[in-house]
Design a protein around this ligand. Sequence first.
Ligand SMILES: *Cc1c(COP(=O)(O)O)cnc(C)c1O
Length: 471
Amino acid sequence: MKPKASPSVSRLRDIPSIDALMRRSSTTALLDRFDRATVLEAIRSWAGSIRIEINNGRSFQTKEDLLKKFDEGIASAVAGVGRASLRSVINATGVIIHTNLGRAPLAEEAVEAILRVGRGYSNLEYDLVKGGRGIRHVHCEALLRELLGCEAAVVVNNNAAAVLLVLNTLADGGEVIISRGELVEIGGSFRIPEIMAKSGAILREVGTTNRTRCADYEAAIDGKTRLILRVHQSNFKMSGFTERPSVEDLIALAHGHGLQIFEDLGSGCLVDLAPWGLAEEPIVSKSIVAGIDVCAFSGDKLLGGPQAGIIAGRRELVEAIRRNPWMRVVRPDKLGFAALEATLRIYRHHRQEIDLPVIQMVSLPAEEVRARARSLVRRVNKGLALPFDWSIVPGYSTTGGGTAPDSRIPTYVLHLSHSSLSAMECERAARSHEPPIITRIEDNRLALDLRTVKQSEEAFIVSCLRGLAAG
Ligand SMILES: *Cc1c(COP(=O)(O)O)cnc(C)c1O
């Protein structure tokens, strides 16, 4: 006789009780490793999510289906109880400013500043000399003026906000001239033409994708022109038959016509990184010295600090920007100021080496990465019956984060292959640790670039890989 099909689960009272779920073997197996309260919390939250689905009109074919779903998911749900959604991970990809992994890791000094300011009250908007209300924008300005050589500076939440704010302040209702070669998209959602439209400025594109000359800009200047915009191409590079005016020539053209010029520098490179293969990255102070009226750049790309947008330039323009009502919408919080100030101080105090994680990673010699990879694989394989098959191959680390697309920082990549697991299975296993280890797959092998891994994280990687090899 055919077993009677169990009815579908479509009403709240069809959901198995918490008690029944607690008695399932998939649950009892977990009680060795987790306390009862944790398991109970995961089950309650699972039942709650099913209730929401049913309330939203969803039903499950059979009760068995539903229980199967429960049995499959409960272990990871229990493991996830109390765990933060935003977690730290180990970055073994070799992509230094990995946007998906939170961009620049902060210097210890910046982390300490966040702790100090975050724990209690601060003089964020309090003038300690006058004993009354102060302004938050003073906190990084003196440092920025000193480091960049600009008259004034102001910090906002990120560079996208900076660009929007500058365009809205200086060009709302007027035309902004930009080369067709610079109408870039950064990271999917930041597109120059869209930001321009939202700012109220009218885009006046000139030249062609690959070649724009000063004369193209000049021909577009008329009574409606308010601003010339120059954008660092950041995440793409053109080669071959290309032409772009120098920043000096463009400044001379703008000023010759009584116009202002604004440069979106993207990455916020404060020091010359050409010796490490980053010759294409524009240095902020060079634009200021050349006479740019205003520029904007990110705090968490090559600058190596927290998420921020920095606007620097001539005093009266920066003051107008600061008075824009949008300023209130895009202002940074105290933690951002704390971390940015601490990061900028490192630039001010440096002698030879700049002790910032991003700069250290960019300048780490490939031979050192290779030596660390060799030592790591030795520790992983030591005494194992079925050690990983491995090789250390020359390759390139990248800066990522929409910076220096052509940058190729020579490195060595550790390739590992497991006797029975596929590269994809190894990648997934590495990612399921706490903290997760983010790796890549190359040539069907697990690939680790230790340039972006802290030395203090290596022991953890070793123990995870040994666990994987032991099965
Ligand atoms: C990255 C980038 C932006 C956006 O900066 P965020 O700090 O990510 O908001 C804008 N313009 C350029 C040229 C960039 O490279």
